[in-house]
Design a protein around this ligand. Structure first.
Ligand code: GRF
Length: 201
């Protein structure tokens, strides 16, 4: 079944840093008719540059600092409440550097996507570019997946690959993978908006 939504998909984007994926999504909405609207950006870090990007794009933005909560469950409850207040159709994790509790993840089951800089199921976790080099991978890339309680483990929606070159460093590889991320994250959101993802996975 493929149906264009009558109203744009409501997105809440969670960030912790630069927000270049957030920017790619904003640009795709503005320039290429991605049928979506970023209704809020939430960062757990006050210094995240992505907040500036939200401000420039006139998007509501919040800092919800984990330092203000001693218990993970309390932070997640506050985050859940803030997200729910925007009634989103889809939650986008875009460099949000927090492990989320099972309860939080299950509350947004099949409504929360993440982008991970590796060809999952390879190289879950951090330092993926260096680990791909160390493992002698011939190709590397990124994956958009639904978020499930286990870290970097949910059903993959889209992947993009780049060959690993002999003279690649973690930095050169990261730069190429980042470009791929900016391409496939908006594509995955488009697939979701057009009901083209098999949600039964
Ligand atoms: C990206 O590399 C993404 O794969 C990872 O965090 C990084 C976020 O980058 N989950 P940015 O903040 O979108 O520039």
């Amino acid at each position: 079944m493929s149906q264009k939504p009558a109203t744009p998909l409501r997105l809440v984007v969670l960030i912790s840093g630069n927000g270049s994926n957030l920017q790619a999504i904003i640009d795709e909405i503005n320039n290429n008719d991605l049928p979506a609207q970023v209704v809020a950006v939430i960062s757990n870090k006050a210094e995240a540059y992505g907040l500036e990007r939200a401000k420039k794009a006139n998007i509501q933005h919040h800092v919800l600092s984990n330092k203000d909560y001693s218990e993970r469950s309390d932070y997640d409850a506050a985050l859940k409440e803030l997200i729910d207040s925007y009634q989103p159709d889809l939650i986008i994790l875009a460099g949000f550097m927090r492990i989320l509790s099972n309860e939080f993840v299950e509350h947004f089951s099949h409504k929360m996507m993440n982008i991970h800089p590796s060809l999952l199921p390879k190289h879950k976790g951090l330092n993926t570019h260096q680990r791909a080099l160390d493992a002698g991978e011939k190709e590397h890339g990124c994956s958009v997946h639904f978020v499930t309680p286990e870290l970097d483990d949910g059903p993959v929606i889209l992947q993009a690959k780049t060959p690993v070159k002999d003279n690649d460093t973690a930095e050169t590889l990261a730069a190429r993978v980042h470009e791929l991320e900016h391409r496939i994250y908006p594509q995955a959101i488009r697939l979701f908006a057009e009901n083209k993802i098999n949600q039964a996975e």
